[in-house]
Design a protein around this ligand. Structure first.
Ligand SMILES: *[C@@H]1O[C@H](CO)[C@@H](O)[C@H](O)[C@H]1NC(C)=O
Ligand SMILES: *[C@@H]1O[C@H](CO)[C@@H](O)[C@H](O)[C@H]1NC(C)=O
Ligand SMILES: *[C@@H]1O[C@H](CO)[C@@H](O)[C@H](O)[C@H]1NC(C)=O
Ligand SMILES: *[C@@H]1O[C@H](CO)[C@@H](O)[C@H](O)[C@H]1NC(C)=O
Ligand SMILES: *[C@@H]1O[C@H](CO)[C@@H](O)[C@H](O)[C@H]1NC(C)=O
Length: 489
């Protein structure tokens, strides 16, 4: 994050009124067989900061990264695993050693210990990862969660930086410059690049893990990264990003990181990503960057279609690499995901924190006081998507903005996620465009969650195929996911 707290408009102001306009009218949706051009690479979460505190909990690894059901004692509930396959590992910026006898990290008075991520490169005196300049045992919890996630099926790993190591910075403070401006002198660009590529190389050699991508910046053009800040952060304007990216590319090549791409630039909004992208692509060769990463803190506004067009014309992948909000019902989350899939058409969608306070997490907890409680309704809302639209599946189109279909063509399973923000009404899904549809009377599996939390990923039966259609009454403020077996395009 993100100075997003203050920017986020209350969710009710945003209720996205969809497709067929009149409130009482039943909704008829044609599921088309048009494949979205982009491959779906899955769902994810960032590990900083929650995994620094809770990373050694295997139950949390099960809950977040497997599809198993796990009893969660802090909430006295059994949670359906989210099965996230993507994670973002944060390369820390902090260490508490003294360099050359006198030089020490300057920490903001306002940064809690829980948000100070330990960095591996202690002093810059040697680039050799086996020298005493590097300490590979720091940050054990975040690394444990990453490796436990991999053991449970996670397959896509991003190494991201909130700030370069403190000793590379002009004011030795990994929260930012006093005025929110540049804090990394150009003479240290190479060290930032060496730091990140060395971690990725070390992970490959020693942890059995290949980072899919490296992201050297976080919300870089924003000016809220200041020396009195509450987290790690570093401002880079677009021209500085464009200078650093080729240096990072060279250091990655020097270490043979041929299976790792560069992602840029994780700006706070679609608008800022679009603004910076022009400068980055003009100043560097596109080949340096393999993916556009954007945060989605405009929630239900912002130039999604323009950013999709920019990524397509540059031949780049595109992730919504960070989104979070404090709406515990999950209504805003669902609306954002659906609008993203329809208009931004990202390859992947990444939530910010698995655990956080003030309803920002999927599960409530406090990283400062090390306490955990129950899952939010938002958790179950994400499960409605992440357990069913799996990495590698093909997203399809539909005629409604609140109906997202996807298909697994190898096992002939069609998934439909539908949201009803109106009064209870009948949704009819017309499947007649498909070449193979199950016979009349075939049962359809489904699961539903409502914003009131009365149904939390509850299975529902009684839905059947009839005349190449499914008709189902969906209650108000409910998300319902269907799996229909035996469907072919
Ligand atoms: C430590 O001293 C070396 C040798 O003089 C110098 O190159 C380096 O920049 C110093 N490091 C810091 C963080 O001041
Ligand atoms: C390396 O980090 C670990 C974990 O923080 C710490 O216990 C150890 O003392 C560090 N080693 C050195 C040589 O600084
Ligand atoms: C599609 O289904 C097959 C068989 O169940 C499964 O092995 C495969 O992983 C699924 N593909 C995706 C992308 O989920
Ligand atoms: C999906 O269908 C709608 C019309 O129902 C159309 O406006 C939109 O462009 C289509 N999107 C894609 C990605 O094909
Ligand atoms: C097909 O694979 C998907 C995952 O892609 C899974 O959710 C679904 O249950 C599978 N269908 C069958 C009939 O096994």
């Amino acid at each position: 994050m993100s100075g997003a707290f203050s920017r986020l408009v209350a969710p009710t102001a945003f209720l996205w009124t969809l497709s067929l306009s009149s409130v009482q009218a039943d909704q008829s949706t044609t599921i088309t067989t048009d494949l979205y051009p982009e491959t779906w690479n899955g769902w994810g979460v960032s590990l900083a900061w929650w995994a620094k505190i809770f990373g050694d909990r295997e139950d949390l690894a099960d809950i977040v990264f497997s599809l198993d059901s796990t009893y969660w004692s802090p909430g006295s509930e059994t949670l359906p695993g989210l099965g996230l396959n993507i994670l973002r590992y944060n390369a820390g910026a902090c260490s508490w050693n003294t360099i050359n006898g006198t030089v020490e990290m300057v920490a903001s008075a306002n940064i809690p210990a829980s948000k100070q991520i330990e960095g591996y490169w202690l002093d810059g005196l040697s680039t050799d990862p086996s020298s005493s300049s590097w300490n590979w045992t720091v940050d054990a919890n975040q690394r444990t969660m990453m490796l436990n996630a991999q053991a449970r099926g996670a397959d896509t790993f991003e190494l991201f930086s909130n700030s370069p190591m403190w000793w590379q910075l002009s004011n030795l403070n990994p929260s930012g410059a006093s005025d929110g401006g540049s804090n990394l002198p150009a003479s240290q660009y190479q060290n930032h690049a060496i730091y990140l590529s060395t971690i990725a190389h070390y992970a490959q050699e020693n942890w059995g893990l290949t980072f899919t991508s490296i992201e050297a910046f976080n919300e870089p053009s924003s000016s809220w990264w200041v020396s009195t800040g509450t987290q790690e952060g570093c401002h880079f304007d677009a021209a500085s990003q464009a200078s650093l990216i080729p240096i990072l590319s060279a250091e990655m090549k020097a270490r043979g990181l041929d299976n790792t791409i560069i992602a840029a630039s994780d700006e706070n909004t679609f608008e800022l990503t679009l603004d910076g992208w022009d400068t980055i692509t003009k100043a560097t060769e596109k080949a340096y960057v393999g993916r556009v990463n954007t945060h989605g803190y405009e929630a239900l506004s912002g130039p999604r279609s323009d950013l999709r067009a920019a990524a397509t014309s540059a031949g780049q992948e595109l992730w919504d690499s960070e989104y979070g909000d404090s709406d515990s019902t999950g209504a805003t989350l669902v609306q954002v995901i659906m609008m993203d899939i329809k208009l931004l058409q990202p390859n992947a969608w990444v939530h910010w924190q698995a655990i956080d306070s003030s309803d920002w997490g999927l599960i409530n907890g406090d990283i400062t006081s090390d306490t955990l409680s129950g899952a939010t309704t938002k958790y179950y809302m994400l499960a409605q998507f992440s357990r069913h639209i799996r990495s590698g599946m093909q997203i399809l189109n539909s005629t409604s903005s609140n109906v997202i279909p996807a298909i697994n063509e190898s096992n002939d399973t069609l998934v439909i996620v539908a949201a009803n923000w109106d009064d209870e009404q009948t949704f009819t899904f017309d499947l007649s465009a498909f070449s193979q549809i199950p016979d009349d009377g075939t049962a359809v599996s489904s699961w539903l969650t409502d914003t009131a939390g009365d149904n939390l990923y509850a299975s529902s039966d009684g839905v059947v195929i009839e005349d190449k259609k499914i008709s189902v009454s969906i209650p108000s403020d409910t998300v319902q996911t269907f799996e229909i077996y035996g469907v072919q395009i």
